[in-house]
Design a protein around this ligand. Structure first.
Ligand code: GMT
Length: 372
């Protein structure tokens, strides 16, 4: 099949998932065309069967807001026509679903039918999409998609309760390439971070408000009082300075490293003992799944779709949003004894196999085939 994938090219979960999907499809022999404003970060080096088309947005003095959506729709039309694509799979509704609708209508006039599949990822529904500035266009363009998928049962329910959706939403959960995350820790790296064999806690996100990174610092400060430990913060974003300030205030800044945006998550996760995800909402929590695949248990909130992937007492624990005390107790419970930690690590890794790329990617292929 010749498939167009439209996504955000950044470190966010929707872009990561879309890129990994494209790579997996290409490996299976499909021809994949990424259409984005920047090369997706997880794309890596040259891969046969993968083409990348950059959306250029010409500026003009009149434009206070350069019209990205128009440029995207025009690029979609161009790529679909010139490469005779079979379908377009857009990830994250805003503005990808509406740009796809526009491209579809233009191509229809020229006698080409291009099926559009929209995958909903989270904040496009639960936060931004619900804003009344966007909601009518989001609702319309989702309904005009030939198929709609959501990454968790929770996101499907959220979509149905907040938008008037006239079509079936199919749930295709996020996936992870288990073989890639199943790495041996690099000893030298572990020693740099935890020279005295301290436990390593980890948080990775885009540091938006919704992630509640201040809770991560508080949990760590309390854990650190009882267990020699270090905290790694991976990623960057608006709340990073809040986390840094709080770590100084709580006297744990020497035990915390902010390593910024990182591409080699598998090597970082390999040295970690516990993943903390304190979000107010996660439609799924792909970062937590990748942690599990690396054999890292997860202490998280029970918000959104997290309850679908984190199994209490098996892969980690869950607490209500903001319940720092409970999450601290749970982290200590996992980290205190070597034997307990080992069994949580093993169970987390085993559980992640249910979400292996080899089970989930065929579900997308099956969906695509319906439209050919
Ligand atoms: O978590 C973010 O803020 C990034 C966001 C995105 O749209 O890139 O992630 C969303 O999509 C991921 C992949 O499907 C999910 O694993 C994340 O849970 C979801 N984030 C939220 O719902 C907040």
């Amino acid at each position: 099949m010749k498939i167009g994938i439209v996504c955000y090219p950044t470190f966010g979960g929707s872009g990561v998932l879309a890129t990994e999907l494209g790579k997996a499809l290409a490996q299976k022999g499909h021809l994949v065309h990424f259409i984005t404003y920047q090369q997706p970060v997880r794309l890596g080096s040259f891969t046969p069967n993968i083409l990348y088309h950059e959306v250029q947005v010409p500026t003009y003095p009149l434009f206070d807001y350069p019209p990205y959506e128009t440029a995207l729709a025009s690029t979609m039309v161009d790529v679909i026509k010139n490469n005779d694509l079979d379908l377009l799979h857009v990830h994250y509704a805003i503005p990808h679903a509406s740009a796809a609708y526009m491209a579809k209508q233009i191509l229809k006039k020229e006698g080409k039918n291009i099926p559009v599949i929209t995958t909903l990822h989270g904040t496009d529904i639960t936060l931004v999409g619900r804003d009344k500035t966007y909601a009518p266009v989001v609702t319309f363009s989702i309904n005009e998609s030939d198929a709609i998928t959501a990454v968790s049962e929770n996101l499907k329910a959220e979509t149905l309760s907040h938008f008037h959706i006239e079509k079936e939403i199919e749930v295709i959960v996020n996936f992870v390439d288990v073989s890639r995350f199943n790495r041996k820790p690099i000893d030298a790296f572990r020693r740099v971070i935890a020279p005295n064999g301290e436990r390593i806690l980890l948080h990775a996100s885009n540091f938006r408000k919704i992630k509640r990174v201040q809770d991560v610092v508080q949990i760590f400060a309390a854990v650190n009082k009882q267990i020699p430990s270090k905290l790694l913060f991976v990623g960057d974003g608006p709340e990073r300075s809040t986390a840094e300030d709080l770590s100084r205030e709580l006297g744990v800044c020497d035990e915390i490293r902010f390593v910024g945006k990182q591409e080699q998550m598998e090597d970082i996760l390999a040295i970690a003992d516990l993943f903390l995800l304190t979000s107010e909402y996660e439609s799924f929590g792909l970062a937590a799944l990748e942690a599990m695949a690396a054999g890292v248990p997860v202490v998280s909130t029970n918000a959104g779709g997290l309850a679908e992937i984190n199994v209490p007492g098996e892969t980690g624990y869950m607490s209500n949003v903001g319940d720092v005390e409970s999450m601290t107790r749970q982290a200590l419970q996992i980290l205190k004894e070597d034997a307990t930690l080992k069994s949580f690590k093993e169970r987390a890794a085993a559980h992640s196999k249910k979400y292996d790329i080899h089970y989930i990617v065929p579900q997308y292929e099956k969906l695509y085939e319906r439209f050919l």
